[in-house]
Design a protein around this ligand. Structure first.
Ligand SMILES: *Cc1c(COP(=O)(O)O)cnc(C)c1O
Length: 360
């Protein structure tokens, strides 16, 4: 059996979690502050704000930009529903766009659906390949990067997470690093966005619990807004600090696996699009024999998946007026795609088993 994903959790992560459990402080506190500082340094941004998911980071980023009723937010149909639902939660209109052959929405696709009411664009770095955020920003729109697949990834010489007005990272169990199952981070160079998100992630309070109960701190606080409950725990942050330290090593392992797949599957299936700086969160092949290859993988006990069924093919989005046929490129990519297992602790022998099953 080769699972589709297995998180790389070592003794250091386990010890860090146990130390927090023994410390007497479990929720957002010193470990969250340490994790945020380390993350901001790793991405090269002014502010990193820890939250409990990338979905929360996307939601809070749009909220901080002032997105609300009457506004439109553009996002690719080729993404996870988190990108759309947060727009709906703010009362704004979801506007979907198609993607190119690289699974990415670029400036051309954005322009094809933009209107006077376009308030923001969510640019998704799909599979680990960086979207052209500067070109979309150049059209004059605020851009939120969905970097859930893209840690650590680069666009040319620049780090993903530092390209748009703000970015959302995910530490969900299957992503390139985890904080123990659920977690997220918002990065930005904009102090106004960072301050607003820090307040709104915890009930709209003027000061968090650590500020109030830490030694020498004052107990008083005020409720400034109707906020949310999106903060990250110290338990999660402690695991995140260790995983972040291991990010380079885990990224190198993913690159090694991708290179081995390339070698073994060249000429057999379409290899994934790539440019330097790819984080290889997903290794997606394209084939007209999808059902046969999926069958081979299942028979061999290998976990595989499809990323993704485009948003406009789901019932919720069809109730908004979208229909099959609206975004032909996304539909074609989705029909032909299979995501193969790619996780840091996979052995060469396991990669070779997957290659053999795909070749059939
Ligand atoms: C996983 C994922 C998210 C959501 O991440 P959570 O941390 O689970 O909220 C958002 N966008 C994309 C593209 C994802 O793959």
């Amino acid at each position: 059996m080769i699972p589709f994903h297995r998180p790389s959790i070592g003794e250091a992560e386990i010890e860090a979690a146990v130390a927090v459990l023994r410390s007497g402080w479990l929720t957002s506190g010193p470990k969250v502050i340490e994790f945020e500082q380390a993350f901001a340094d790793a991405i090269g941004v002014e502010h990193a704000v820890a939250v409990n998911s990338a979905t929360a980071a996307l939601h809070l980023a749009l909220e901080a930009l002032g997105v609300g009723p009457g506004d439109e937010v553009i996002l690719p149909t080729y993404t996870f529903t988190a990108c759309g639902e947060v727009v709906a939660h703010l009362g704004a209109k979801i506007v979907l766009a198609d993607v190119g052959e690289d699974y990415l929405m670029g400036p051309r696709q954005v322009l094809s659906v933009a209107t006077k009411r376009t308030k923001a664009v969510i640019a998704v770095h799909f599979a680990g390949l960086a979207a052209n955020v500067p070109a979309i920003s150049g059209l004059g729109y605020a851009v939120i990067e969905d970097a859930a697949h893209a840690l650590p990834a680069m666009l040319g010489d620049e780090k993903v997470g530092s390209l748009g007005n703000a970015a959302a990272f995910s530490f969900y169990a299957t992503k390139t690093m985890t904080t123990g199952g659920e977690g997220g981070m918002l990065t930005t160079d904009d102090a106004l966005i960072a301050d607003r998100v820090r307040m709104m992630r915890l009930h709209g309070l003027s000061a968090g619990a650590w500020d109030r109960y830490g030694a020498g701190n004052k107990w008083a606080y005020s409720v400034e807004e109707a906020g949310y409950k999106d903060n990250l725990t110290d338990l999660a942050a402690a695991i995140g600090i260790v995983q972040l330290r291991r990010l380079g090593e885990m990224a190198a392992a993913r690159r090694r696996i991708a290179a081995r797949y390339d070698e073994g599957l060249k000429g057999v299936v379409d290899l994934p699009p790539r440019r330097p700086g790819h984080s290889w969160h997903l290794y997606i092949i394209g084939t007209d024999r999808r059902d046969t290859v999926m069958g081979n993988l299942t028979m061999a006990g290998i976990g595989a998946s499809v990323h993704v069924i485009p948003l406009h093919l789901h019932p919720y989005y069809q109730r908004l007026g979208y229909a099959k046929g609206d975004f032909p490129n996304a539909e074609r990519l989705s029909r032909r795609s299979i995501s193969l297992p790619i996780w840091p602790d996979m052995s060469d022998a396991q990669v070779d088993e997957v290659i053999a099953a795909v070749r059939g």
